[in-house]
Design a protein around this ligand. Structure first.
Ligand code: ATP
Ligand code: MG
Length: 317
């Protein structure tokens, strides 16, 4: 058990290089017990290598970490492995064996206590009890991902690493896997999730890190939005304002404004609670027919592109 108050996962200046190639470096973060933590980044950013390092499959080149409350050292690898599970990028199941037989093999490998009970529990957790006798090779990709998740649950892990669990799944299958992950998170399992689906991260994760060899940012999706983007209000009117400068210039808490291609007005504001009523009054005063006034929304995708585009610009000579 992770001692109370201690994080489930922590990394401090963690790095991994293969020869001259740096997979990731100077990675520091903490994940609280029961948190669903998203790890996002472009192809080759170092996500899988981070999972493999924290999962004791490869050794770090620099820095320190603790996994499930246990310091990541060569002496502690077995102790860490007992407390975690990894669902890798490709499920790695035996296609000719049935779902239950596959789980039996892995239960033996992981030396879990009371395999029949654990297998039954894992199958029920991923809603696959009725497919136990189907050969894995005959299952759809979505169902195979669920078997892989069941396999990861066999050892009743405290920390679960999921490396792109919904890659290649259709929206319905992806949502089913997401619901399973969300349920596990609510059940107190700490989840470290890598994904390229930004809306999935936004929905599932308490906090996310954006990695591009180094960590570019860590926080709750809403915090990242606020950190990166100025607050803005979108105003729509029935017809264009005859004199928008007179209407918007000098209003309290309005920093600047511009008209968008669709005819709406985007106003950068320092405080929406001051700006919104002032804008409404100004529009009424100008005789405009206000259709809507709302906060401009930035998604996690906007945050991601803002950070990763910056990196691309930096890389250019
Ligand atoms: N065993 C290895 N030997 C040499 N280089 C490696 C090895 N494993 C990973 N790398 C390199 O480390 C970098 C990070 O790879 P990694 O697989 O961690 O990226 P990723 O973020 O998981 O990408 P993707 O989104 O494509 O899965 C890449 O440049 C990769 O080529
Ligand atoms: Mg990867």
């Amino acid at each position: 058990m992770i001692s109370s108050g201690a994080p489930a996962l922590s990394a401090e200046g963690l790095g991994k290089r293969f020869g001259d190639r740096v997979a990731f470096e100077d990675v520091s973060f903490e994940v609280a017990v029961g948190e669903v933590f998203g790890f996002l980044g472009p192809n080759g950013a170092g996500k899988t290598t981070t999972v493999r390092t924290l999962g004791t499959l490869i050794h770090a080149s620099a820095g320190s970490a603790a996994v499930a409350g246990v310091p990541l050292t060569s002496n502690n690898e077995a102790a860490i492995r007992r407390r975690i599970a990894i669902m890798p990028e490709s499920p790695g199941l035996y296609p000719r064996l049935s779902v239950a037989e596959n789980l039996q093999c892995f239960a033996d490998l992981y030396e879990v206590a009371d395999p029949p009970a654990r297998i039954e529990h894992a199958l029920a957790a991923v809603n696959l009890s009725d497919r136990a006798t189907d050969p894995c090779g005959s299952l759809s990709k979505g169902l195979r991902q669920r078997v892989a998740l069941a396999r990861a649950l066999l050892s009743d892990p405290e920390v679960l690493f999921l490396d792109e669990p919904t890659a290649g799944l259709d929206p319905v299958a992806a949502r089913e896997v997401n619901e399973l992950i969300s349920g596990l998170g609510h059940g107190g399992v700490t989840i470290f999730l890598t994904t390229h689906r930004l809306e999935e991260a936004e929905r599932l994760c308490d906090r996310v890190a954006i990695l591009n060899r180094t960590i570019r940012t860590v926080g709750r999706p809403s915090e990242l939005r606020d950190r990166l983007f100025a607050r803005a209000l979108t105003v729509r009117t029935a017809s264009p304002l005859s004199n928008p400068d007179d209407t918007f210039d000098g209003l309290p808490a309005v920093i600047r404004w511009r008209q968008e291609a669709d005819g709406s007005y985007l106003l950068n504001v320092s405080d929406t609670t001051i700006a919104a009523p002032a804008i409404t009054r100004a529009l009424v005063g100008a005789g405009a027919d206000l259709l809507s006034l709302g906060e401009a929304y930035h998604s996690l995708e906007d945050v991601y592109f803002a950070l990763i585009d910056e990196d691309v610009e930096v890389r250019q000579p």
